[in-house]
Write a new protein. Sequence first.
Length: 262
Amino acid sequence: MSLDQAVIERLAEHLESCELQARDTTKITDEHPAMDWDDAYAVQDAIRRRKLARGSRLVGLKCGLTSRAKMKQMGVETPCWGFLVDEYAVADGGEIDCKQLIHPKIEPEIVFVMKSPLQGPGCHIGAVLAATDFVMPGMEIIDSRYRDFKFDLKSVVADNCSSSRFVVGGRPADVRDLDLRTLGIVMEKNGEPVALGAGAAVLGHPAASVAMLVNMLAARGERLEAGMIVLTGGITEAIAVKPGDSVTLRAQGLGSTSVRFV
Ligand code: OOG
Ligand code: MG
């Protein structure tokens, strides 16, 4: 850690205010170039504490930058993770008010719902599949608080990895009935396919993303709890959206889920 607790709390307040007021900011490493990984996750933790103290409920975790497409789009090479609270959840087929967001983008993801807790280190795909209740298709709406989505990895970790909204839907399926690597997805914006992919885009297998998350949590003495949802990371690059857009994700054998931007 290179930053003291007062600075961590101030950065958390700053980034969360940008989120709540839908305004952007420059990346925080400009002002704090010595910031390290522990500092970055400490800012994210402080944002999480602020939300929980106001009554938000932690519903899951999300992995980010787990596909080549996302790494290339954002110019970073290392995956990261963030938290999901209840107010980020949008009903399947529901509306998202763009006035509450800065510059939203949407990305297709495979979502796990856990039936038992998972503890690292040494978590692997087999352990993840054994602990999974079901998987579903989902879309994450990311909204970096940084101007023009220009950030480095430490800044984005502090900003809860751009988390802002998510929608899950379609048909829940047992992982035993699926090959998650070859599971195909098509995301359509206003009826046009805008993103195509398959599960293997995410670290070779979406369950590898959950295993990586569990091993990263273990390094902090934490585990993944039963009942949590995990967004495993954008399969394709994220697509910009604006009021009037309607986006549907179709996942092979798992139905579809959609959301509208107003
Ligand atoms: C960071 C969040 C990445 C994903 O699925 O890769 C993410 C960003 O691209 O702003 O959620
Ligand atoms: Mg994502």
